[in-house]
Design a protein around this ligand. Structure first.
Ligand code: AQP
Length: 349
């Protein structure tokens, strides 16, 4: 079947969103809503796959969901133009995930590197949900027959799995899909990852070889979207660097992960290529460069931060936006998931 281009993406309400989430995904979302039908989700069902200490438990979760929704809107997502909702309000995600659990193979999930990283050494104690996370993610995307998924570099493997699941569903149920009137047998599209933001992999401020992450124990490792100007400046000032001045050309960053990361962040925030940043700051000491970086970071994050605070002062309005988004999302997902049930052979009234 011919698939209408549609964008789906989401973030987990597992703590403060950070600069990696913003530059790696959200900036791209804001651009894509100008040209595509977009669905943006706060993936609360994914959040509870982690230990309660990560997502905060029942008393913290509602606030975290609202905070991520507020960050989306403050960053430029327009909830009238795009659909914005939290995952658990649309039960079709869970229903489709169950069907996909029976399509995906154990061997496929065993290869997922994010599970290995997040489960760590204590794998036996990880939740089944954490292991199954990529299957739910495939359902999130395919419940809307989304064709494009803007994400950071770290999600590439999960997108490949979503494509494998879509393909296998199309193959396994080919005859039934044709009987349902889809002559070419393509029930689901193979969703494309869109990994082209200004910084697809922002690294930790404390270790240039590790991804900036919400769950890093050190708050100094990331710039949160809720950090005030002084905190941003302090974190940048304390960011790990090496003793050399900045090089004048990009080749000089190759063996210097922390310098490379800071130059990349500056370039993404200022909307310039890295080469242009190095033309300006090549030969400068980090003390000078860090001051400039703090200024550009505060000027970009400050307004988002202020708008988030304004929005969060009215939680009822955020809840209303999410409920309306869920209603619009369900209007798309329900007929698709009903058709999945018919294709599989479930009886429904
Ligand atoms: N460091 C990063 N650089 C670029 N993009 C990133 N993303 C996350 N970290 C970086 C992108 O942000 C989106 C939402 O991610 P998520 O919150 O759903 O989960 P995550 O990828 O697991 O993010 P974190 O911060 O690393 O959370 P924890 O610590 O909970 O695991 C995705 O598009 C992701 O690629």
């Amino acid at each position: 079947m011919a698939f209408t281009p549609r964008v789906f993406s989401g973030m987990q309400p597992t703590g403060n969103l950070h600069l990696g989430n913003y530059l790696g995904a959200m900036v791209q979302w804001v651009e894509m809503q100008k040209t595509h039908d977009c669905i943006f989700c706060v993936v609360d069902m994914h959040a509870i796959t982690m230990a309660v200490s990560v997502w905060g438990g029942p008393s913290e979760l509602p606030g975290q969901i609202r905070s991520v929704a507020a960050a989306y809107i403050a960053a430029g997502i327009d909830p009238k133009r795009s659909i914005l909702f939290n995952q658990s309000q649309v039960s079709e995600h869970a229903e489709l995930a169950w069907v996909f659990n029976c399509v995906a193979r154990l061997g496929w999930l065993n290869r997922m590197t994010q599970f290995k990283e997040k489960a760590g050494k204590d794998r036996e104690n990880a939740s089944v949900g954490l292991y199954d996370y990529p299957v739910l993610m495939a359902a999130d995307i395919l419940a809307y027959r989304a064709t494009h998924v803007p994400v950071g570099e770290d999600q590439k493997q999960h997108l490949e799995l979503a494509r494998d699941i879509a393909q296998k569903f199309n193959n396994d149920f080919a005859e039934s899909i044709r009987k349902a009137g889809i002559d070419d047998g393509q029930f689901f599209p193979l969703p494309e990852p869109v990994i082209i933001g200004p910084a697809t992999r922002v690294m930790s401020l404390r270790d240039g070889t590790k991804k900036m992450s919400k769950s890093d124990a050190s708050d100094l490792s990331r710039i949160n979207m809720t950090d005030d100007a002084d905190t941003i400046a302090r974190k940048i000032q304390k960011a790990k660097t090496d003793p050399e001045p900045l090089p004048s050309e990009e080749a000089g960053l190759e063996t210097r992960p922390e310098a490379d990361n800071l130059v990349g962040i500056y370039a993404a925030l200022a909307g310039k290529p890295k080469a242009a940043v190095l033309r300006e700051y090549g030969g400068a000491q980090f003390s000078t460069f860090k001051k400039a970086l703090a200024e550009v970071a505060v000027s970009r994050i400050g307004p988002v931060n202020a708008e988030m605070k304004r929005l969060l002062a009215d939680p009822a309005e955020i809840d209303r936006i999410l409920a309306e988004g869920a209603r619009r999302a369900r209007a798309i997902a329900k007929p698709i998931v009903d058709q999945v049930k018919d294709v599989v052979g479930f009886l429904r009234s």
